[in-house]
Write a protein that binds this ligand. Structure first.
Ligand code: ATP
Ligand code: MG
Length: 291
């Protein structure tokens, strides 16, 4: 038995089917700095206001990520589960409004250093996350790295973020192409496109339609328009204050757009229930791909 199939067996054996499967939304982009972390945080806040239990998984460290936007330094991360024998509850950090977040340590690549017994233990523990949340939002780093592709491949729902800038749209298309080339475009996955920093909805619609047209024509992929977010100075102001804009400026134009986005995310007519939802599934799949 090779190492990979051995790992698959460990993961499979440890995968308890949880009664409550959380929806898992991976927020990603081709180009960096397009608003993923702010979107993850503010979407979480709006879903929380709709009564959902939300956990954010910060899957990459960089500038202005979840902890920085919350203004909270996480005490523990994923790896404390293994190295310090902590429970999921202990490593989950409290954010505003009862949102919890899980820091991924210095990145998912760290997972590669774990041995089989440690992975098995981690997967077992992570199964519990589905019990604690209705929605788990994964904030990824930008670009088409293997780790990000693993998250997308394992994820049932993706929010692909772009701005109207041609470079950003081209890079979003590159992500879609990678999804196609890596054969992770099987049906059931919800690929949503969110256009951030628009000057008008008409501008956003124009960009979406162009992207949709080329994606259909050249990749044969179906993408969904999940909404537009306006360019709004309240957002960088809130980032400087290290408070989510939805909390600091609840009446701002962008906060209203986040309210609309959360409704679109929960709108059952826009959402296809995938077969394999749940964080435990996602995590197991990421591990399977990485080994
Ligand atoms: N709608 C907006 N209006 C005005 N400024 C915005 C908007 N969206 C994002 N920005 C600006 O872009 C910056 C980067 O946002 P954010 O950190 O959320 O991007 P990111 O995609 O997570 O970046 P990275 O790829 O580095 O993780 C914000 O701090 C803000 O200054
Ligand atoms: Mg970020």
């Amino acid at each position: 038995m090779d190492q990979a199939s051995n790992l698959r067996n460990i993961v499979k054996k440890n995968q308890v089917i949880p009664s409550n499967r959380a929806r898992v939304i991976t927020v990603t982009s081709g180009k960096g700095g397009v608003g993923k972390s702010n979107i993850s945080v503010n979407l979480a806040i709006q879903l929380r206001k709709m009564g959902k239990k939300v956990i954010i998984f910060d899957a990459d460290f960089g500038l202005a990520n979840v902890e920085v936007i919350f203004g909270i330094v996480p005490k523990y991360n994923l790896f404390d589960i293994i190295y310090n024998n902590m429970s999921i509850n202990e490593v989950l950090q409290n954010g505003p409004l009862g949102i919890e977040f899980l820091s991924g340590g210095s990145g998912v690549k760290e997972l590669l250093k774990l041995d089989h017994a440690q992975i098995s233990f981690l997967v077992q523990k992570l199964n519990e996350l589905d019990k604690y949340a209705d929605v788990i939002i994964i904030d990824t780093g930008a670009g088409i790295s293997d780790v990000v592709l693993s998250f997308i491949s394992a994820s049932s729902e993706v929010i692909l973020v772009t701005t109207p800038e041609p470079t950003s749209v081209t890079d979003a298309y590159a992500v879609l192409k990678a999804i196609k080339n890596n054969k992770i475009d099987d049906s059931g996955r919800n690929i949503n496109v969110l256009i951030n920093r628009v000057t008008s909805d008409a501008e956003g619609m124009d960009i979406f339609e162009k992207l949709d047209k080329v994606t259909r024509k050249f990749l044969g992929l179906e993408i969904r328009n999940i909404g537009f977010l306006p360019e709004d100075k309240s957002l960088p102001k809130a980032v400087i204050e290290q408070k989510p804009v939805s909390i600091l400026y609840p009446k701002s134009q962008i906060t209203r757009a986040f309210e609309k986005l959360s409704k679109n995310v929960m709108d059952s007519t826009l959402y296809k229930q995938p077969q394999n939802s749940g964080f435990s599934n996602i995590f197991s799949n990421v591990l399977r791909r990485k080994r």
